[in-house]
Write a protein that binds this ligand. Structure first.
Ligand code: FAD
Length: 442
């Protein structure tokens, strides 16, 4: 209870605070459900979000409620768990307290920090205004607004130049999110919206995927990357690898010195771990992830665990484990088990990630899959991707809803969530630009 905040820990049961109800935090909480500990789960949103399907919300294929569930509802059967909606701003490891922006303070005996990551603009935070990333529902709805708005702006454009800019979509970052976004925008333009406009042909949209390193999907084997690139190109997407974005404004993107006019840019190029990690006082890596011990605890603090996208765990391959949902889920379960073991006077166990393989979808009938014992691309990979994502989506209702929407979309090419909330907002606010110019002259 919030009213219990600021109260010193009681003798028994031990108090476990979990910061974040993403994959890592939620799986830790589920492992502690019904066990002899008092758990408080704190998240700044009221829902657990299935991030792997966010791109479908951003491209109008699914609605927010299809891929999110209230955390309270998911954990309602676990009477030893309370859920608090609050934003954590720092952790006092000496006093063993979690501080929130509302002023409420939560004492703990054990702490699991699982606050995930945001995007990184590599020192150019000013680009975020023009190139939003995709991490939460707000981001997805903003991208959906910009993408749908761009088609509306193209329909109303006064010049060919403006029309071309409005119908140019640039996705920065050729990892799984960038590839999924580029593929979904292409389908939106070439199939879903193809007959909906009178002055423009949405099929003429130009979609560019820009990647800084030599190939897209660098975490996959080279032949799968090549296959993914070919599949993207067959959808009419321009893929530029080894290309650096050097500027982003409200008028366009500069790639390797070339200015590309566009009004819709998607940023999918880099992660920065939650800043909460820094308040633990432990070592962090370049991406801000907490460098954890082999049992996921924070060095010098056997009572604190950092997990999921916030953790840098190098004991398995020598490299940090990738930011993937199975890594986060397995870390969540493991951290919870180590707390229970510690309470029983046992030594915490070393974490080991069981890698069942990775997949990335590119679009309708197109995907790649590396299941360790077999690697393949195309239709079968796409079916496997659909199946795995349905299985891991939280809640039967959401699974059924998503299955229905996918089946409907498969046969009709329709995307049911093509709503732009509010009135039309131009990508380029010419009135404001004029005012700013006048102000700078005077
Ligand atoms: C667009 C996208 C697509 C992806 N696709 C795939 C995929 O296909 N396959 C795959 O395996 N992985 C995928 N991932 C990666 C995967 O989703 C992450 O690795 C996973 O979500 C990490 O889990 P987490 O619990 O560490 O963080 P998150 O799931 O990000 O959860 C962090 C939680 O902490 C909360 N939080 C953050 N800061 C605070 C604060 N200050 N106070 C309180 N609460 C806070 C957030 O609200 C959130 O609920 C994708 C990620 C994205 C963004």
């Amino acid at each position: 209870m919030l009213m219990e905040a600021n109260v010193a820990p009681t003798e028994s049961p031990s108090r476990v605070v979990i910061v974040g109800a993403g994959f890592a935090g939620l799986y830790a909480a589920k492992e502690l459900a019904g066990k002899g500990v008092q758990v408080t789960v704190i998240d700044r949103t009221n829902h657990h979000l299935f991030q792997p399907l966010l791109y479908q919300v951003a491209t109008a294929g699914l609605s927010p409620a299809d891929i999110a569930q209230p955390v309270r509802h998911i954990l309602k059967e676990a009477k030893n768990i309370e859920v608090v909606m609050a934003e954590v701003d720092r952790i006092d490891v000496t006093a063993k307290e979690v501080h929130t922006t509302t002023g409420a303070v939560f004492s703990y005996d054990y702490l699991i920090v699982a606050a995930g990551a945001r995007h990184s603009y590599f020192g150019h935070d000013e680009w975020e205004r023009f190139a939003p990333g995709l991490k939460n529902l707000e981001d997805a709805l903003e991208l959906r607004r910009r993408i749908l708005n761009a088609f509306e702006a193209a329909e109303m454009a006064n010049s060919d130049e403006d029309r071309r800019a409005a119908l140019t979509f640039v996705v920065v970052g050729g990892g799984p999110t960038g590839v999924e976004m580029a593929g979904a925008v292409a389908e939106l333009a070439r199939r879903t919206l193809a007959d909906d406009f009178r002055r423009i042909d949405p099929r003429a949209a130009r979609i560019l995927l820009v990647e800084g390193v030599a190939r897209i999907l660098p975490a996959f084997r080279e032949n799968l990357s090549r296959s993914a690139q070919k599949q993207l190109e067959s959808m009419g997407i321009e893929v530029r690898t080894g290309a650096m974005v050097t500027d982003v404004t409200n008028r366009g993107v500069t790639v390797d010195g070339e200015f590309i006019p566009t009004w819709a840019v998607v940023w999918a190029a880099g992660n920065a771990a939650s800043p909460i990690g820094k308040s633990l006082g432990a070592e962090t890596d370049r991406a801000g992830r907490v460098v954890v011990n082999d049992d996921l605890s924070v060095p010098g603090h056997p009572e604190i665990f950092a997990i999921g996208d916030m953790a840098c765990f190098k004991y398995q391959t020598g490299q940090p484990l990738p930011a993937l949902s199975p890594v986060a889920m397995q870390m969540g379960r493991h951290a919870a088990k180590n707390i229970l073991a510690h309470l029983q006077g046992q030594k915490p166990a070393r974490f080991r990630y069981f890698d069942k393989g990775t997949m990335a979808t590119i679009g309708r009938n197109r995907a790649i899959a590396d299941l360790k014992f077999i690697r393949f691309g195309g239709y079968l990979a796409w079916l496997s991707w659909l199946f795995v994502h349905l299985i891991f989506l939280v809640g039967l209702r959401n699974r059924l809803l998503v299955l229905f929407q996918w089946t409907w979309a498969y046969f009709t090419f329709g995307r049911g969530a093509r709503l732009i909330y509010g009135t039309f907002k131009p990508q380029i606010d010419r009135a404001r630009e004029k005012e700013e110019k006048a102000a700078s002259r005077s």
